[in-house]
Design a protein around this ligand. Structure first.
Ligand SMILES: Cc1cc2nc3c(=O)[nH]c(=O)nc-3n(C[C@H](O)[C@H](O)[C@H](O)COP(=O)(O)OP(=O)(O)OC[C@H]3O[C@@H](n4cnc5c(N)ncnc54)[C@H](O)[C@@H]3O)c2cc1C
Length: 291
């Protein structure tokens, strides 16, 4: 067996916002070959790739048989080959960071507290402060949904930019080759713990969320912090049903318990409308909306 199948199931455990949408079919490939098999098998459906679901907004209550949800977290192998880390798409960033820590490799500490998988991180060039996953990448193996072929991409400069990569929506990440540069074990450990503490104190950890909702906006060459804009227009703590702009950090929207896709979507829209109206700034979602 190379994959598992769930039918008529809740997606609550597959999205970090904890929305209780349901899906007719969810596939869980156990390794890369299983992922390829599932992708071929579901060619006639709208295929939705999910890693840990830490950056998605489910906008529907139910996804019928025309959708195939494919959750990659069980395809999570990690090997060292020729001074390179070869990882399957579903490997968690936390596990990757700790593996690097244990092997005294440099450059991965910043990923320890970013929830998600390698695949999800490559799609949006996940990062924090001045570090992001892009510069760690040697190659990315992708499955092309257009012609059912597998190929390898070697990212050139410019492939990864702020919370964006050139990976197209028809390219599914299968595996990646990542740098393995020897470093200082103690320094890396200090960095992991330092980042963890700072983020823990700053971010809402009490309620389910999906990280920053919007990218940092720019206008006339000037960059803004979303949370500051939100404070100025009274959005801190603003709620629609159980969807709430976090009291602790307004850059986040949290689920107070039983938020629905409709409540989340309406709150996102309200935030965008207010910022547009008051500052003439168009916010761009960091979340990926699953329509
Ligand atoms: C508390 C919290 C803190 C966060 N902090 C940060 C942060 O500091 N920096 C940051 O960058 N992000 C942050 N995030 C967002 C999230 O952690 C990252 O975006 C992460 O990379 C998402 O990975 P994922 O596996 O959960 O992706 P998912 O949410 O599952 O998917 C994200 C997108 O990638 C697509 N996708 C997933 N896997 C594949 C694949 N194999 N092939 C093709 N497409 C695929 C999905 O279809 C979707 O469009 C945070 C989230 C939370 C909940």
């Amino acid at each position: 067996m190379t994959y598992l199948t769930l039918t008529n199931t809740s997606l609550k455990r597959f999205n970090s916002l904890g929305l209780n949408s349901t899906a007719a079919t969810v596939y869980l490939p156990l390794e890369t070959q299983g992922l390829i098999e599932v992708l071929k098998l579901t060619a006639s459906k709208k295929r939705i790739l999910i890693g840990k679901g830490c950056n998605i907004l489910l906008s529907r209550d139910h996804y019928d048989e025309s959708y195939a949800f494919i959750v990659t977290t069980m395809a999570d192998d990690l090997q060292v080959h020729d001074h390179e880390l070869v990882v399957e798409t579903g490997l968690s960033l936390n596990r990757l960071a700790w593996f690097a820590q244990e092997q005294a490799l440099d450059g991965y500490a910043f990923l320890e507290d970013i929830p998600g998988t390698v695949g999800g991180a490559l799609i949006m060039n996940a990062g924090q402060f001045d570090e992001e996953i892009g510069p760690l990448v040697h190659w990315i193996e992708v499955f092309d949904l257009y012609d059912n072929t597998v190929h390898c991409i070697k990212p050139n400069p410019g492939f990864f930019t702020y919370r964006h990569s050139e990976l197209a929506s028809h390219q599914v990440v299968l595996r990646a080759g990542l740098k393995a540069v020897p470093g200082n074990e103690e320094k890396n450990l200090d960095k992991i713990l330092d980042i963890k503490k700072k983020r823990y104190l700053k971010q809402p950890r009490k309620y389910p969320n999906a990280g920053s909702v919007f990218k940092r906006p720019k206008k006339d060459g000037q960059e803004f912090y979303t949370w500051k804009l939100f404070d100025e227009v009274g959005l801190r703590g603003y709620r629609i049903g159980d969807a709430q702009v976090s009291e602790k950090h307004p850059g986040f929207i949290v689920n107070l318990g039983h938020a629905t896709p409709n409540e989340m979507t309406s709150l996102v829209k309200e935030c965008m409308d207010r910022v547009k109206h008051h500052f003439d700034i168009t916010l761009e979602l960091e979340w990926r909306v699953i329509d």
